[in-house]
Design a protein around this ligand. Structure first.
Ligand SMILES: Nc1nc2c(ncn2[C@@H]2O[C@H](COP(=O)(O)OP(=O)(O)OP(=O)(O)O)[C@@H](O)[C@H]2O)c(=O)[nH]1
Ligand SMILES: [Mg+2]
Length: 210
């Protein structure tokens, strides 16, 4: 698939501002500074669609982007050490409410390929598992490693997260891995409309019986 358009829709600071859509919603999660906003820009083929920053904790809101066939939501990063405990709890709650209130078709759970997944990364992935939210662990910053280092890291990350190496998509904001991400998104979109068609069919059956 090809991305034909990508525009910013809106930021939401609190649950009552969260939006509902009639197209699939795909999210990016990950630690502050992992490269969520850069990942979105890479997919959009735009440099400044999502604001990126050297300062961790830049994205403090849920930012919605319209990608035509789907919605991409950039979520606040977790695990930012210099944030007050109070603020961390608030972000955690906002994220949790987001997951509760939004029908999510897929999550790209981003982890930095240079490091072992942190406890926060593991907790995030556990949360997705427990809540039956489909996700793909996606590593960022592949351009910072040699091919050999990259393979070694991918192996270690997959072991840490009890995944197969083949389950992980490795990316870089320079475009590496973009084709695999788009392939995944294409399947997510297909599933979304197939399951919608199925539930329409169920509705029809229901009406016929009345
Ligand atoms: N070399 C390299 N740098 C990257 C890559 N992705 C992100 N970065 C850099 O990492 C820093 C953080 O990127 P962001 O995209 O702002 O990270 P974020 O996850 O959105 O961060 P928060 O909004 O703070 O949670 C920036 O300096 C980016 O330029 C990548 O694939 N390769
Ligand atoms: Mg960001």
């Amino acid at each position: 698939m090809q991305i034909k358009m990508a525009t910013f829709i809106k930021s939401a600071a609190e649950p009552k501002q969260f939006l509902q859509f009639d197209k699939p919603v795909i999210c990016c999660t990950g630690r502050s500074n992992v490269g969520k906003s850069s990942f979105i820009n890479m997919l959009a083929n735009q440099k400044k669609l999502a604001k990126t920053s050297n300062t961790p904790g830049r994205t403090r809101l849920v930012n919605y982007f319209d990608f035509g066939e789907f919605i991409l939501a950039d979520l606040p990063g977790y695990g930012y050490a210099s944030v007050s405990k109070q603020e961390k709890v608030k972000w955690g709650k906002t994220l949790e409410r987001f997951f509760e209130l939004t029908e999510i078709s897929h999550v790209f759970a981003l982890v930095d390929v240079r490091h072992k997944p942190t406890q926060d990364d593991k907790d995030m992935i556990k949360y997705l598992y427990a809540n039956i939210i489909p996700f793909t662990v996606t590593t960022t910053k592949a351009d910072k490693l040699s091919r050999a280092q990259l393979n070694k890291q991918l192996k270690e990350i997959s072991q840490e997260l009890s995944l197969g190496v083949g389950d992980i998509i490795s990316t870089s904001y320079k475009g590496y891995g973009k084709d695999k991400v788009l392939e995944k998104i294409e399947k997510v979109i297909e599933n979304f409309y197939n399951s919608q068609a199925d539930s329409d069919l169920d509705d029809d059956v229901g009406e016929g019986e009345e």
